[in-house]
Design a protein around this ligand. Sequence first.
Ligand SMILES: [Zn+2]
Length: 393
Amino acid sequence: MPLNELLQRLVSLTPGQKSFLSVYLDLRPNRIGKKLYPVFLKTRLREISSLLPARAAEQSLCNQDIKRIQKYLETELDPAWKGIAIFACAADDLFLPIPMPLFPENDVTLSSIPQLFSLVRHKALYQTHAVVEANSRQARLFLIRLGTLSKQINLSWENKHSTRFGRMGWSLPRFQRHLQEHRKQRGKEIVENVKKLILREKPEYLFLAAEEEMEAELKKQLPASLIKKMVPLSVLDLHAPDHKLLSTAAEVLRAISKEKAETFSKYILEEAEPLGRATSGTEATLSALQNHQIERMVFDARFKATGWGCPGCNSLGIGGVPRSCPYCQATIFPSNLREKILSKAQSQGVDLFFTENFSPLLKAGGVAALLKYKTLKKTTGHYIARREKGYPM
Ligand SMILES: [Zn+2]
């Protein structure tokens, strides 16, 4: 299932007073091969369980989640994964492990909504993509789905004539025609396999590391729909091992999405916001989000926001926690607004972008949004809040 569908499932769960466990684990072993996450996880889960009232239904549900997480990690963990995000909520019969292509910071949170930011900020790496390495003697084809290697094909050919016997006494033009014919045949074989392996998966990108002549040959033979998605990995040594090839492609994928997000941020801050078609900063953006005005949104990975949430009327507000809700007088609680904003945006189907330490956006508050339509009046006042029925806090 693509990441977006998994996220939609996580943000569209039935409302109600529930507790989600959100677990992020760095699965790397240390220098002597020992994995560090089990100790961290055990300590943190024990702390969380002890905070809940003993023998209450909430504690029993939380303990079910804890057991399920531990069992999964002991028996089903794929050793190829670098990190994992797990979302569990026994009250909703939800258990969702998602591999992470980068090492996350170890973290376990029990909260009223799944903590998605650390996962979603890497969403670019979850785009389906293909990586092809090709030279005149061999080719490797990979399909990466949901951040992990899903299919692989290796092809190799023997160069009988040219390697052992030189040109076999042929004239140079004849020998070159012969090589060209080889390349054409091999290119054809690669393209057939590319079609078989990836065409149906609709990849967003096809990363190609190839010898110059082979690249030209593949460009002649690949379908136009794939040529459009082709990105050359020109700096790469063609004999690089598989994992190096795939991590280079992932780095390029990350750089492409980072650049897109930066361009988008600049557009918002320099052009759209002065025209009233965008917002920047937590307060104005939260207000627009609660009014369902946002079309696309950009966060910096370093964005943080704290505030409060009212369980009575579902209002959200930034800054310090007032004594009671200014709208319904209910008791209100401090809230991680970064997670609330992201979750709300995801549930509204807003298109999300992420920059990484991009100072123009950070200076503007770390978050900005392009609006569906122009705003006539800017919201003012200390609290940005709005009543919304049926959406869990
Ligand atoms: Zn309220």
